[in-house]
Design a protein around this ligand. Structure first.
Ligand code: SF4
Length: 303
């Protein structure tokens, strides 16, 4: 699409958004065009809180399915639209409700901590959810010496180094972060010896051990805001660098070529369709919302 057409489309979206009383929320891993029409860009936790407190009754959620569901769980009275219905999270899909029930049956009485990257039905069988930013605090907050942690085994390994509790992990992972190897980091470091390495704890433990700072997406934004003129090797999804450049363009961000295809699916046309046709509305039944909300609200309290 030509630049002028794009700008026109963005103007149309902005006008329609106002007319429909909608707000557009975008995850940091979205494309830059989506940032331009978003009212708020953030991580999945920040976006859910924003969805909860905003005045608008319609939320266009530019991200993936579990995030839009999370917004719906916390704001059931609002209409939540996911522009691309099939935009999902392969990691969230690595554990189903039945699999979680079987996992719990193997460890009776052991509380379940679910990473927020889980589908709504999995949250209904969860004691408390967590984000990558508050995962260790959440684990420490639950009763008992052990927790079942789903779905990310890498985040589980990261937390295990930061808590006294026994973490029993599910065998899931983010396909993008899991693909990053220690060799990739060492190569980037030898090419840029003066760079600082910041990365996401969804990476394998042997990778996150090579970070100078392990940070959630929100933590990365804060780091970029607080530091200037730095060379930064960014160990996460490449699109994050676009966001960080907006926060502080004096830093030089070096990326590793990591792309989340599901996050790439949302484009300007799909957002326009969402606004024009009200598609694709997230629908969850009352029981699911009620049970999942308890686990989410406990998480919000720990933040
Ligand atoms: S980057 Fe990983 S965790 Fe995030 S949406 Fe993509 S697959 Fe899921």
């Amino acid at each position: 699409m030509k630049a002028r057409e794009k700008e026109k489309l963005k103007d149309t979206i902005n006008a329609l958004k106002k007319k429909k009383g909608a707000i557009i929320l975008a995850h940091s891993y979205q494309q830059e065009d989506i940032y331009d029409i978003a009212d708020f860009v953030g991580d999945s936790y920040e976006l859910s809180v924003k969805a909860m407190h905003c005045q608008e009754s319609t939320i266009v959620f530019c991200g993936v399915k579990f995030m839009a569901e999370t917004a719906k769980i916390l704001s059931p009275e609002k209409t939540v639209l996911l522009p691309v219905e099939k935009a999902g999270c392969p990691m969230a899909d690595m554990i189903t409700l039945d699999q979680l029930k079987n996992f719990k049956a193997k460890y009776p009485g052991v509380p379940v901590v679910s990473y927020v990257n889980t589908n709504a039905d999995v949250k209904t069988e969860t004691d408390i959810c967590c984000t990558s930013a508050n995962a260790a605090k959440v684990v420490d907050s639950v009763q008992g010496d052990s927790v079942l942690f789903v779905p990310d085994k890498n985040l589980a390994g990261f937390i295990a180094q930061r808590t006294e509790k026994e973490i029993i992990p599910w065998d899931g992972f983010c396909e993008i972060h899991h693909r990053i190897t220690p060799e990739m980091i060492l190569k980037a470091k030898s090419k840029h010896p003066d760079a600082v390495v910041i990365g996401h704890p969804e990476c394998r433990v042997e990778v996150s051990e090579l970070f100078d700072y392990a940070l959630s997406t929100g933590g990365m934004v804060k780091y970029a805001q607080e530091n200037s003129n730095k060379k930064i090797i960014l160990v996460t999804v490449d699109n994050m660098a676009n966001r960080l450049r907006r926060e502080n363009s004096s830093n030089n961000y070096i990326t590793l070529g990591m792309v989340c295809q599901d996050m790439q699916m949302t484009d300007l046309n799909s957002v326009l369709n969402a606004l024009e046709k009200g598609q694709h509305e997230v629908k969850l039944d009352h029981e699911t919302i009620g049970k999942a909300k308890t686990a989410m609200e406990r998480m919000v309290e720990i933040k």
